[in-house]
Design a protein around this ligand. Structure first.
Ligand SMILES: Nc1ncnc2c1ncn2[C@@H]1O[C@H](COP(=O)(O)OP(=O)(O)OP(=O)(O)O)[C@@H](O)[C@H]1O
Length: 443
């Protein structure tokens, strides 16, 4: 059996780090099983969906390294959903209901007052043809409910283990609204069957839908896929991310200079029993992800952890990986510059600060009591060519000539040459700064 998974976001906002979790869990599952990944845009809600968000989904997934094998839009597949509706009607599993939202709410309130569960009482099933005709003549349009058969539904969830739903405790779900549009459930199920989805990996916000979905799949004669419901990512304060709020969107994280692999690693490994480690590529990450290690409690996303992870990843990046981005920032210096500064970076973009230190102009910091010392150092500056030994040679002779050592020797030189009192090793920076710039920065 070829594994086929799907990620099915609604284009109602920019993907956030929480959405990245199921997107990646699906992609990594496909990667490690040699499977196919379907991107299925859930754009049936025309009011809330926007083209801009749809296009952004593709871009944001590509940034993470996800390149779907198939792309579908549910808005283009309504003929399939209409056909499924006819099948369910023909099998007596879909029935028209005429209650208004207010009537249903009053009925539920009465049930609750009598201590009964607020389950739909199937009153519409008892309507005669004449009563239905009268309602329609009065201008009422039906919504359509799926008739659950009362059999318990169970599945083995790859994250949550054995799950069982008593369908007698559920209302018959509405699949089609009064205006003929579909709620989420039917298109999702029809597409999973038609596309041959073998594994449905998604957030646990969907776990309550699963019992009903399995019942509908069975009523349509489809093969029931394997389900996996991963815990949701929340803020450290416990708030869920939402597309509507725009918080921690993948676009913002990209714009703020985070590495896609730092974001991917944290989105996947937070809330699992595995260590949150920054893997260098998705193949490496795939080898370390196991749905059975995903925990059941909410996963807390800590932005400080992302910062730390990002820095650790940047410190390991080779020059070829970042060359294009450095060039786009106007940064030269090749491999020598990158290796000189990368350990001091939290993000790749921060390299621009050190490139400015190399190229100038900078504001040298010179304390009054160091002017003579720096003048002496200037006079002893070696001739080029320079390499990583030059700093050692120079400071040795300056130390001998001035009697300074340790911090008193090194700090005034660092401050004059870089304008800062911290930074990359000067033995690496000095050859990049060069003799001409060095002379100009010393008094
Ligand atoms: N905070 C979260 N953590 C993990 N997964 C999430 C989170 N929020 C949504 N998901 C998952 O993202 C996938 C896409 O869902 P969907 O498009 O409904 O996103 P959403 O953020 O819930 O949207 P909206 O804010 O528009 O309701 C689903 O698998 C869903 O379970």
């Amino acid at each position: 059996m070829t594994v086929k998974v799907r990620f099915a976001p609604s284009p109602t906002g920019y993907l956030h780090i929480g959405n990245a979790r199921p997107a990646l869990l699906n992609w990594l599952f496909a990667l490690s099983h040699g499977g196919q990944f379907v991107l299925r845009i859930d754009d049936t809600d025309v009011e809330r969906c926007r083209d801009e968000y749809r296009l952004a989904i593709g871009e944001d997934l590509a940034w993470l390294g996800i390149t779907p094998h198939e792309l579908h839009r549910q808005s283009e597949r309504t003929a399939l959903y209409d056909a499924a509706v006819e099948t369910l009607k023909a099998n007596g599993r879909l029935y028209p209901c005429y209650e208004t939202a207010d009537e249903l709410e009053r009925r539920r309130a009465r049930q609750r007052a009598r201590g009964l569960p607020p389950i739909y009482d199937r009153a519409a099933l008892a309507l005669s043809d004449a009563e239905r005709a009268a309602l329609e003549a009065a201008g009422r349009k039906p919504h359509w409910r799926f008739k659950l058969d009362g059999a318990p539904v169970s599945w083995t969830d790859l994250v949550r283990g054995e799950e069982r739903v008593e369908t007698t405790s559920l209302s018959d779900p509405i699949l089609v609204r009064e205006d003929g549009t579909y709620l989420y459930t039917l298109p999702s199920v029809v597409d999973d069957i038609e596309m041959g989805i073998t594994h449905v990996i998604r957030g646990e916000d969907h776990v309550t839908n699963t019992g009903v979905q399995i019942a509908i799949i069975q009523a349509l004669g489809g093969a029931v896929p394997v389900f996996a419901h991963a815990n949701l990512l929340a803020t450290t304060a416990g708030e869920a991310f939402s597309k509507r709020s725009g918080a921690l969107s993948l676009r913002t994280l990209r714009r703020d200079g985070y590495e896609a692999m730092a974001v991917a690693s944290i989105a996947v490994l937070t809330g699992t029993s595995d260590e949150v480690h920054a893997y260098r590529n998705l193949d490496e990450l795939a080898a370390h992800v196991d749905l059975a290690h995903v925990s059941r409690s909410t996963a807390k996303f800590d932005p400080h952890e992302l910062d730390a992870l990002n820095a650790r990843l940047v410190h390991k990046l080779d020059h070829a990986t970042v060359a294009d981005r450095l060039a786009a920032l106007g940064i030269g210096g090749g491999e020598a510059f990158w290796f000189a500064v990368r350990d001091n970076l939290a993000k790749v973009v921060d390299a621009a600060l050190w490139w400015r230190v190399v190229e100038g102009p900078i504001e040298p910091v010179v304390a009054a009591e160091d002017v003579d010392f720096l003048g002496a150092a200037k006079a002893l500056l070696p001739e080029e060519p320079w390499d990583e030994t030059t700093w050692g040679t120079w400071t040795k002779i300056v130390g001998a000539a001035t009697g300074r050592k340790g911090r008193a020797l090194f700090m005034p030189l660092r401050q004059a040459l870089t304008g800062l009192d911290h930074g990359p090793e000067l033995k690496r920076l000095l050859p990049l700064i060069g003799r001409r710039n060095t002379l100009a920065r010393l008094p």
